[in-house]
Design a protein around this ligand. Sequence first.
Ligand code: TXA
Ligand code: MG
Length: 354
Amino acid sequence: MDTIYLHIKKESGKTDQEEEAAIRQAGEIIQSGGLVAFPTETVYGLGGDALNPESSRKIYAAKGRPSDNPLIVHICRFEDIYGIVNGLPEAAVKIARAFWPGPLTMILQKSELVPRETTGGLDTVAVRFPSHPVAQKLIAYSGGYIAAPSANLSGRPSPTSAKYVAEDMDGRIDMIIDDGEVGIGLESTILDLTSDVPRILRPGYITREMLDEVLERVDIDVTIIDPESRQAPKAPGMKYRHYAPKGKLVIAEGTPEQVIRYINTHAEADRQAGEKTGVIATAEVLEQYHADVVKCIGSREDEKTIARNLFSILREFDDDNVTSIYSESFPAHGLGQAIMNRLLKAAGHRIVRL
Ligand code: TXA
Ligand code: MG
């Protein structure tokens, strides 16, 4: 199939009316059972009609994703949640008031309207109300409910710009809406509201500390903090090795001096052994590394930039054919918890504590 590219960045020169008409056309594609990749504030999504089982099947096929891994349903008006859930707990209303529209997904009991193809066979549904204006318009023109996973091939880092969506999805979907780079760069926080105590299933930009301010109690899925745990994560997608770069990634944790010494020694040994080496470094110590490719992920003072750069750096290492990658480690609280969760997954949990 030929993928249509729709540019709506400022440089495209489109008037507001032209942009509106183009998004309406994208909505028609979704309403007639097609797939459209679109920007959200977190990462690009791969959208289809959430109420059409055939659309969900197409999403799984385009991503090469196991069909037991449920999709998130995106809405563009709070009231629309009542159509797809069976009962709305008080905590869900509080959370929506505090964080919607925004980078937070709630797991709730699903209504009859939502096909099991969309929820990976589960009785629950993931619901998200994104804040990105293009996402909101597209959802409205698509009939109100878009099922959308991240718009990457299964196992690759989530796409933070349309060029990465094109790398994975060109020829596999009907349209890609190009609005440049996203703002956050990590997927939404997932909060399960189907048990007595709300539980974080995936850490994200909305941190545990922020949720603690709104709810009396919040738990966190043990598998996020203890990867050795024998329990299965409650979000099926969290069990897969995700975000994997093609090269072998190792995280080094310790004082800056220890980390620099460890990474330089090991990168040099790998280079001697014929590997192409790479380092994910913070701005403060960037100059002190010696490897074939050293990439700056941002300043330690600015976790938001680190979050935004992580997935694109992992993809760039693939493009550069780097086979051995080392990364610094980050404190796992606040936004750092989401950063370390993604980094550890990318590393297949290879972390050296110095
Ligand atoms: O920021 C985001 O959430 C992005 C943008 C596009 O909205 N979407 C996204 O979707 O990250 P995806 O499919 O890549 O990740 C969805 C995660 C998976 O780990 C999945 O297993 C979990 O949500 N999930 C979805 N429905 C669920 C449910 N009913 N119960 C538990 N986990 C669920
Ligand atoms: Mg994903």
